[in-house]
Write a protein that binds this ligand. Structure first.
Ligand SMILES: NC(=O)c1ccc[n+]([C@@H]2O[C@H](COP(=O)([O-])OP(=O)(O)OC[C@H]3O[C@@H](n4cnc5c(N)ncnc54)[C@H](OP(=O)(O)O)[C@@H]3O)[C@@H](O)[C@H]2O)c1
Length: 286
């Protein structure tokens, strides 16, 4: 099988190639393939003729999207028109990654794939538009919504907590946003399965269980032996960020669960494994 992974240098994108050990993988970074550039998408797809496209490329700077909506819609929405059309032409199956931010955050139970969306930021609107663009295309597709992705040593929330704590500066962490932390390499395993099996439709895929940002920080500090660091709770709104975040975005992995597919391990187990493997515990991974 020939697999095209977009956003190949991103946190999730760099986890994809090892998940296709017996397949031919092309994973260009942003400079190698700009998914917002129709001609570039057409050229790469026509030359490589993938069986599967895994789209991990996105403008993920949520506040940056608020400041530059055109850039957000170009990379997160229009890009899916380009990918959907090009993939449809060569018969490639598209596995596209979306976000928990498509929901309002008002729910009192985990969101199912069939719940109504209500995006509240430019990032969220642009990602939902990307889902809709892909669904309207002629390609065969799966959309995977995930949340709170970690797995890039030196460049994720886990590293931020450890670095800030070691500098004695971890004073406050948001305690009114609840979600499911998800290890990029765990998510990549499911994306690869959906790709190989050409599964279609909408899926919620996260590590299991949920926590607040503060609870996540405390778990990180505990595993790292830094339990004496004790950040205070704060409200998301007090950060004064341009983009609104959903306060509750736990995703029920219902399509996998009801379809009899094994769910990912708990976020605590994923976090412990990541910390053990990443070099972050002894500081060598930052
Ligand atoms: N991180 C999270 O917490 C989270 C949560 C829910 C959903 N997601 C979704 O998960 C997916 C992967 O996110 P991630 O955590 O891996 O983010 P990431 O590390 O920011 O990776 C995204 C990659 O896409 C690249 N990119 C941006 N615009 C592009 C374009 N027009 N063409 C090609 N590449 C482009 C970026 O390159 P540059 O950096 O060079 O621009 C970056 O390497 C995204 O769809 C995101 O929306 C992420």
């Amino acid at each position: 099988m020939r697999v095209l992974v977009t956003g190949g240098a991103g946190q999730l994108g760099r986890c994809m190639a090892p998940r296709f050990p017996s397949h031919e993988v092309l994973a260009p970074d942003h400079a190698g393939l700009d998914v917002g550039d129709r001609d570039a998408v057409e050229r790469v797809v026509n030359e490589f003729v993938p069986d599967v496209v895994v789209n991990t490329a996105a403008m993920t700077d949520v506040d940056g999207c608020e400041r530059d909506p055109d850039a957000a819609y170009r990379s997160n929405a229009l890009a899916l028109r380009h990918l959907g059309v090009a993939a449809g032409r060569v018969g490639a199956h598209v596995v596209h990654v979306s976000t928990d931010f498509v929901f309002s955050g008002d729910s009192e139970r985990p969101y199912r794939e069939w719940d109504a969306t209500a995006p509240a930021s430019v990032y969220a609107h642009s990602k939902l538009a990307g889902e809709e663009e892909l669904a309207a295309s002629s390609s065969s597709w799966a959309v995977v919504r995930t949340s709170w992705v970690f797995g890039r040593p030196g460049g994720d929330f886990v590293s931020w907590v450890l670095d800030t704590a070691r500098q004695g500066k971890l004073e406050r962490v948001v305690d009114d946003e609840r979600g499911s932390p998800t290890l990029a390499s765990d998510l990549a395993t499911v994306l690869a399965r959906l790709a190989v099996e050409r599964r279609r439709g909408l899926y919620h895929v996260t590590n299991q269980g949920s926590c607040t940002r503060l609870e996540l920080a405390r778990e990180i500090l505990s595993i790292a032996g830094l339990s004496e660091v004790s950040p205070e709770p704060m409200r998301s709104a007090d950060l004064g960020r341009p983009a609104q975040r959903p306060l509750y975005s736990v995703l029920d992995n219902a399509a996998l669960r009801l379809g009899g597919v094994d769910l990912l391990r708990s976020w605590q187990d994923a976090l412990a494994a990541y910390l053990a493997e990443s070099g972050l515990l002894d500081g060598s991974g930052s």
